[in-house]
Design a protein. Structure first.
Length: 55
């Protein structure tokens, strides 16, 4: 869950955010894009803090 994958720091948190980001670009949906940015900041940030606690 906290491993690196192709340069993504926490792949378990980063890859779903990237998937929704690409979906928002593909669907040309500005509201989804803004929501993904907010989700990504919180989701990836929380997982990075968990990773620091484990290591």
């Amino acid at each position: 869950m906290y491993s690196n994958l192709l340069g993504a720091p926490v792949a378990g948190a980063t890859l779903p955010v990237i998937a929704f980001l690409l979906l928002s670009v593909y669907g040309k949906n500005l509201f989804l894009f803004i929501s993904v940015i907010i989700l990504g900041i919180g989701h990836i940030g929380i997982h990075l803090n968990h990773k620091k606690e484990v290591i």
